[in-house]
Structure formats: C-alpha cells, structure tokens
Design a protein around this ligand. Structure first.
Ligand code: NAD
Length: 349
C-alpha cells in the first residue's frame, strides 16, 4: 500500500477525480466532505460512486469548519485540501468566510501538529482579478474582485503563515477554470451543455467576450498530484490549460460537438468576474514538471458525453467520431493557439 492521503472536498467535482487518480496509483485515500447545499447531494454522491468501489477509500462526513479536524490527520502522510465554497456568485459572504477561511485555518492548525509530507491546497486564478499582465504569472499583485476571490487570498495568506511559522509544507495551486466530466452545475460549460442537450437557448452572462484559460480536469488532477509529490513548500503555482478562449467561441465549439444549433439568450454581466484570465504556467512546468495536455475540443467532447449519459441514461448520439455536419464553423489553427471562430444564433431575452 502506498501513502495515506486526506482529500477534502472529496465529493466535489475536482475532489472526486483526485480521489480516483490516487486510488488508481495505489494510495489509501480518506475523503472528507460535508455535502454543502451549493448543489445537490445526489450529484455529489454520483461523483463519489467510483471511489467508493475501492476498499482503500474511506469517506468521512464532516465539516472542516467545526472543531475536531485534528483526528482526521491521524496516520495521514499528505493532505490535498479542495473543500470550499466555490463560485463568485454564491451570494452570502458568510459561506465564503466559513468554508474557505475558517475551514482552511482549522485544517492548517491540525496540520501544524502532524508530520505531513505535503499540504496541497486549492486557490484560484480569481485572486488576480483583472490582471494587468496577460498571461499572468504568480508574481502578479493580487487584486480580488469578489468575496470568493478575497477568501482564497485569505486562505493563501494563512497557508503561508503556517508554512513559515509552523513548518506546514503548504503548496498552493491557483487553478484556472476547470471543466470536464462532473463539472459543477453552476459553471458555464455545464450550463451551456445542459441547455444544448435540452434544446433550449444557452444563457450567456455578459457579452461572451470574457476570456478564460480553461483547464481540463485530468490535467488539473495531474498538476495536483505533481504538487503533492514535489511541490516546493511555501510556493504557489498557476495551473491552467494554456489556451485562453472567449466564452462565445467555447459555446460555438460545444454546439459543433453536440451537433445541435444553439440559440443564445443574453443576460446582464455580474460584478466580481474578471474580464480575462490567462495562465503563465512556466513555474509549474519548471518545478512540478506539469504541462496541460488536453485540447479544448477533446475535453468538451468528454464532458458532453458524460452529461449526455447522466441526463439521458445513454451515450450522446453525436459522438465525436460520428458527428453530423457542423452547425457552426470552428477552426482550431494549431496546437499552441486555439482560435475558434463560431457563429451563434442570438435571441433577445
Ligand atoms: P465543488 O463544490 O464541486 O467541491 C467542493 C466540495 O467541498 C463540495 O463537495 C463541498 O460539499 C465540500 N465542502 C465545502 N465546504 C466544506 C467544509 N467546510 N467541510 C467539508 N467539506 C466541504 O468545487 P470544485 O469545483 O471541485 O472546486 C474544488 C476546489 O478548487 C475549491 O477549493 C475551488 O475553490 C477550487 N477551484 C476550482 C475551480 C474550478 O474551475 N472548478 C477553479 C479555481 C479553483
């Protein structure tokens, strides 16, 4: 048996994938989750289904913001802390403080008393806000635009303190928008694909020209495992897909892969979202040996496939290998630059 790893947020989107990957690599995994109501428990239970098949997996249902986290770390070699209140639109500030700051502080406090090899924790590209430089590297000043982003900055500061003061081997990962199978229901690709599969107009918040450096979930998992293996304690690394794309072009790609025409219903932009995120992944490449591998089209096709299976109980009829003529024009120019030109029918709403 390999290491014993504690994964917090194990029932979530990223956490469930990390658990499976660790189990496949021969680790013993203790997952922790309290099934917050940010989205349905049934979805999180489905996320966990494959991990639960392993004898080397244990799930502890516990809220990290409550007392008693010390016992969770008994016999643990490494922690991967992903539990959080994610998303910039959750509304209530208290949830961000409790789930992102207090929960992290309690876990760090317990980690300070435990002989851990690594304490990897999730931060977010949102800590940069509207970064003055693009692509953005880790030395860029932090300028959060939302309570979520501010709570992630606070968690980073706490991790840094516990690292310097108490020797907790904390390694932070600033993930750039993750997508793929089991993506959270509140996230853009999930909402677009769900509407597309239902034959309903896609709701686009803002003008669609927001740029995101989308990161396929398996790539985010590889970066996380690399950080747990060889991340430098005290360091924070960007983890991004490396190919920034406008949201409206991503919609065009989804429509093309789904083989469905897509109508777009525009909704007003919301405060707190950065206009553009673009990852400079040089540090992670140099120190973790991490480079993203999954092209956007391939990743979206996998998410589409998984969501079609969940919603219809069957594979999507337009699998990437047998698709109908595209409804939109999509062009991926070369391996290093993804430039997608799509046309979408607009409706007013
Ligand atoms: P998710 O909501 O799917 O998973 C988080 C899980 O944490 C949930 O299952 C929730 O029930 C659990 N949780 C929350 N508070 C808890 C607490 N106090 N105690 C125990 N469990 C608790 O979110 P995700 O998209 O998988 O995100 C994972 C991590 O990555 C988060 O820290 C998030 O902020 C960060 N992140 C995600 C993205 C992304 O694009 N998904 C981007 C940047 C950063």
């Amino acid at each position: 048996m390999g290491e014993r790893t504690l994964v917090t947020g194990a029932a979530g989107f990223l956490g469930s994938h990390v658990c499976e990957r660790l189990l496949q690599a021969g680790h013993e995994v203790v997952g922790v989750d309290c099934f917050t109501d940010h989205y349905a428990r049934a979805v999180k239970e489905r996320n966990l289904a494959q991990a639960r098949d392993w004898e080397s997996f244990t799930l502890v249902e516990a809220d990290l913001a409550d007392a008693g986290t010390r016992a969770l770390l008994d016999g643990i070699d490494a922690v991967i802390h992903l539990a959080a209140q994610p998303g910039v639109r959750a509304g209530h500030l208290g949830a961000y403080v409790r789930r992102n700051v207090i929960a992290t502080q309690r876990l760090l406090e317990a980690a300070a008393l435990s002989p851990l090899r690594r304490f990897v924790y999730a931060s977010s590209s949102s800590v940069y806000g509207d970064a003055p430089r693009s692509p953005t590297d880790e030395r860029t000043p932090l300028a959060p635009l939302s309570a979520y982003a501010a709570s992630k900055v606070a968690a980073e500061r706490l991790a840094d303190l516990y690292c310097r003061r108490d020797g907790v081997p904390a390694v932070g990962l600033r993930y750039f928008t993750i997508y793929g199978p089991r993506q959270r229901p509140d996230m853009a690709f999930h909402r677009f694909i769900a509407r597309c599969l239902a034959g309903e107009p896609v709701e686009l918040i803002g003008d669609g020209r927001q740029v995101r450096d989308f990161t396929y979930v398996a790539d985010a998992v590889e970066a996380t495992l690399a950080a747990a293996a060889r991340g430098r304690p005290g360091a924070v690394y960007n983890v991004g897909g490396g190919h920034p794309v406008e949201l409206r072009d991503a919609i065009a790609l989804i429509a093309e892969l789904a083989g469905e025409p897509v109508a777009v219903a525009h909704r007003p932009a919301v405060a707190g979202e950065a206009r553009r995120t673009a990852c400079d992944g040089t540090l992670a490449r140099r120190e973790l040996g991490f480079a993203p591998r999954t092209p956007l089209g391939e990743g979206i096709a996998r998410q589409l496939e998984q969501m079609a299976q969940v919603t219809r109980g069957a594979p999507h009829r337009n699998q990437i290998t047998a698709r109908r003529p595209p409804v939109v024009q999509v062009e991926v120019t070369d391996a290093s630059t993804t430039r997608i030109r799509g046309t979408v029918e607009a409706t007013t709403a």
